[in-house]
Design a protein around this ligand. Sequence first.
Ligand SMILES: NC(=O)c1ccc[n+]([C@@H]2O[C@H](COP(=O)([O-])OP(=O)(O)OC[C@H]3O[C@@H](n4cnc5c(N)ncnc54)[C@H](OP(=O)(O)O)[C@@H]3O)[C@@H](O)[C@H]2O)c1
Length: 217
Amino acid sequence: MKIGVLGSGMVGNTLATKLVELGHEVMMGSRTADNEKAQAWRKSAGGLAKCGTFAEAAAFGSLVLNCTNGANSMAALRLVGAGPLRGKTLLDAANPLDFSSGAPQLTVCNTDSLGEQIQREFPETNVVKVFNTVNCQLMTDPSVVPGDHHLFICGNSAAAKADTIAKLGEWFGWKRENIIDLGDITAARCTEMYLPLWLRLMSVLGTPRFSIQVHQG
Ligand SMILES: NC(=O)c1ccc[n+]([C@@H]2O[C@H](COP(=O)([O-])OP(=O)(O)OC[C@H]3O[C@@H](n4cnc5c(N)ncnc54)[C@H](OP(=O)(O)O)[C@@H]3O)[C@@H](O)[C@H]2O)c1
């Protein structure tokens, strides 16, 4: 299928590379069509890889992934506008982190979240929050962390979540039983507010290759 990946950082690169390997046509989006990192990715990823502006990538994809810097995701998505995203599912992997004052802070939290901000601004798009609690290597290959561990998903559209869960299994090998649906998009508050703990764990463990496993009594 045609997929738009908004973001030229390591998350966009990892997801876009895997999707091309799987045989999808992928356009990586940036603020400018001649973004150096996106051009380098296109050259390395082969014939199914394209790059363009955020708006061009969103228009290209029948599915769109938000892999932009979370503190600037709204700015990035406003460059797209509602039209190219209308009626589509937008997988939102972004975390609204601000590192400018030293200790990481969330630019939105408690009573709101980036996932909700996006859903409010793009009401005709099905925003599915997913991937944001794991390092990008795990997104496309959960076996990077051995054994069972969990990925969280949330969003207002049951159909978009069901389709996403199917794709996560088919494309990346995420087992259905290891994906926990947290409900509507307000659950993005919970998964985004996990980030301070995720960052501290990375520092203490000395690796980004870890994940959560939820046990029930
Ligand atoms: N690193 C991970 O493993 C991981 C795991 C889970 C979630 N995440 C989240 O995934 C997202 C992507 O992370 P990343 O490390 O790959 O990349 P990043 O450096 O956080 O973001 C890069 C992208 O953000 C865009 N961007 C930056 N400033 C912007 C602005 N002022 N206006 C519009 N767009 C702007 C860049 O546009 P240009 O292309 O034009 O430069 C680029 O496409 C982040 O939200 C991060 O929190 C990361």
